[in-house]
Design a protein around this ligand. Structure first.
Ligand SMILES: NC(=O)c1ccc[n+]([C@@H]2O[C@H](COP(=O)([O-])OP(=O)(O)OC[C@H]3O[C@@H](n4cnc5c(N)ncnc54)[C@H](O)[C@@H]3O)[C@@H](O)[C@H]2O)c1
Length: 373
C-alpha cells in the first residue's frame, strides 16, 4: 500500500491521507479508524457499486466496531441532484447521525460529489470518507475537496469545498469497470501528463509522466496492479500539489481544466447524451493542442508526440458533424469558468507545461474547432 498526504493550508487537521493499493476494502475499517471519531457510519452508494463491494466494505467496517448503515441512490449523473441530497439528509436524521459521526462515499465521482455535499451540509458539517471506485474518481474527483450537485440549468452549479478525512483508492475495484468508464479516467490521466511541470510538484518521477504513459500503455490498460498503483499515486500527488497551492480555485487550479473548455462545450451541445466526459475532454485536449500550434506556442514535434499519445490510448474521438463550430463557441461563452466575459483557455506552452490565456480570438478558436471533425 502507498499513501499520499494531501496538505490543506488553514485546515484544523493539516493533512489527510489517500491510501492506494490492491484489496484495500478488506482493511478499510482499520485504515480510517485513526482519522475519525465516529461510532456510526452512513455509507452512500448505488446498487451497481454496492452490489460489487458493499458487503466486503460493511464487514471490514463492522470488524472495527463501526455501526454501519447503507443508503443506495439511483445510478447516474442525472441523480446528482437535490433529491439525492435530500435522501442523504433524511437518512442521516433518521439514523440520528451526530456531527462526530461520518458519511462514506462508495462509488464513482457522482456518489463522491453528492455524498460530500451531504456531509458538508448535514449539521453544518460531519466527517467524510471517500472510497472512489472509478479511475476518474481515484485520480481526480476524490482529491481536492470539491463537492457539488447539478442544477437543471447547469452542472455542478451548487456545491462547496469540503475535504474528506481520508480517501481509500482500492485499485482492485477498477477491474469491474466497463471499458468506456475506464477511458474517462484515462483521459484525465493523460491530462496530468500534459500539465505535469505546471503542477509544481517537488519530487517528480525519474522519467517524464508522458514517457511513463507511453512506455506502460499495455500494463495500464490491462490494469496491472503495480503500474496502475504507481500511476494513480502520481496523479493524486500532482493534483494534491495544485490543490495545496490553490485550494479554492483562485488561480493555479485552473490548469486542471486543460481540455475542459472545449470538452464542456461539446458535452453541453450533445445534451450530455451519447458522449461521456472523458471522450469530450479528449477532443478538448486535441483542440487545445491545435490552438497552441496555430499560435506557435509549441513546436511541431511536441504537438505530434502529444497527438500520438492520445491516439495510442485510442482517444481519437471526433465531434458530431451536426454540431457546428459556431454552436460550440457559443456554448463556451456560458461556461461557468469564464471570467469578466472572457473565455479562458489552458494551452500547452512547452513540454508538459501549460499557461492560462484569455486573449484568444473567436477566429482562432473556430479554426481549431474545425480540426476536430
Ligand atoms: N469533485 C471533483 O473535483 C470532480 C472532478 C471531476 C469529476 N467530477 C464529477 O465526477 C462525476 C463523474 O464521475 P465518474 O466518471 O466516476 O462517473 P460515475 O460516478 O457515474 O460512475 C460511472 C459508472 O460506473 C459505475 N461504477 C463505479 N464504480 C464501478 C466499478 N468499480 N465497477 C463497475 N462499475 C462501477 C457507476 O455506478 C456508474 O454507472 C461527474 O459528476 C463529475 O462532475 C468531480
Amino acid at each position: 500500500m502507498q499513501t499520499v498526504k494531501v496538505e490543506i493550508p488553514q485546515a484544523e487537521s493539516r493533512y489527510y491521507p489517500i491510501f492506494i493499493g490492491n484489496n484495500l476494502l478488506e482493511t478499510a475499517g482499520s485504515l480510517i479508524k485513526d482519522y475519525i471519531k465516529a461510532n456510526k457510519l452512513l455509507v452512500v452508494s448505488n446498487k451497481t457499486v454496492s452490489g460489487l463491494f458493499g458487503e466486503k466494505l460493511k464487514n471490514s467496517l463492522e470488524k472495527e466496531g463501526f455501526n454501519t448503515e447503507f443508503l443506495l441512490l439511483e445510478d447516474g449523473e442525472q441523480y446528482k441532484n437535490v433529491d439525492s441530497l435530500q435522501k442523504i439528509w433524511t437518512k442521516a436524521i433518521e439514523l440520528k447521525l451526530e456531527r462526530k459521526d461520518a458519511m462514506v462515499a462508495l462509488g464513482g465521482g457522482v456518489i463522491g460529489d453528492v455524498t460530500g455535499f451531504g456531509a458538508a451540509t448535514y449539521l453544518r458539517g460531519t466527517d467524510f470518507i471517500q472510497i472512489p471506485t472509478t479511475l476518474l474518481a481515484q485520480v481526480d474527483s476524490s482529491v481536492g475537496g470539491k463537492v457539488a450537485i447539478n442544477h437543471p440549468l447547469g452542472k455542478n452549479l451548487t456545491g462547496n469545498f469540503y475535504q474528506p478525512k481520508a480517501v481509500i483508492a482500492d485499485i482492485s475495484t477498477l477491474s469491474s469497470l466497463p471499458v468506456r468508464e475506464l477511458r474517462v479516467g484515462l483521459a484525465e490521466v493523460l491530462k496530468y501528463g500534459f500539465i505535469e511541470k505546471s503542477c509544481g510538484l517537488q519530487k517528480r518521477l525519474d522519467t517524464s509522466f508522458i514517457e511513463f504513459l507511453k512506455g506502460n500503455k499495455d500494463l495500464i490498460t490491462s490494469l496491472e496492479p503495480s503500474i496502475t498503483g504507481q500511476m494513480v499515486k502520481y496523479c493524486c500527488e500532482l493534483k494534491a500539489s495544485v490543490v495545496n497551492q490553490d485550494e479554492k480555485e483562485a488561480g493555479l487550479r485552473a490548469i486542471l481544466n486543460f481540455g475542459h473548455t472545449i470538452g464542456h462545450a461539446i458535452e453541453k451541445c450533445y445534451g450530455y447524451k451519447g458522449i461521456n466526459h472523458g471522450e469530450a475532454v479528449a477532443i478538448g485536449m486535441r483542440g487545445a493542442f491545435f490552438l497552441a500550434k496555430g499560435k506557435q506556442l509549441i513546436s511541431e514535434k511536441y504537438f505530434n508526440s502529444c497527438i500520438e499519445l492520445l491516439d495510442k490510448y485510442e482517444m481519437g474521438y471526433k465531434t458530431d458533424k451536426n454540431i457546428s463550430p459556431d454552436e460550440l463557441y457559443k456554448a463556451m461563452q456560458v461556461d461557468k469558468k469564464i471570467r469578466a466575459g472572457k473565455i479562458r483557455f489552458i494551452l500547452p506552452v512547452n513540454i508538459s507545461e501549460v499557461g492560462v490565456f484569455s486573449d484568444i480570438t473567436e477566429q482562432e478558436v473556430i479554426n481549431s474547432l474545425e480540426t476536430l471533425y
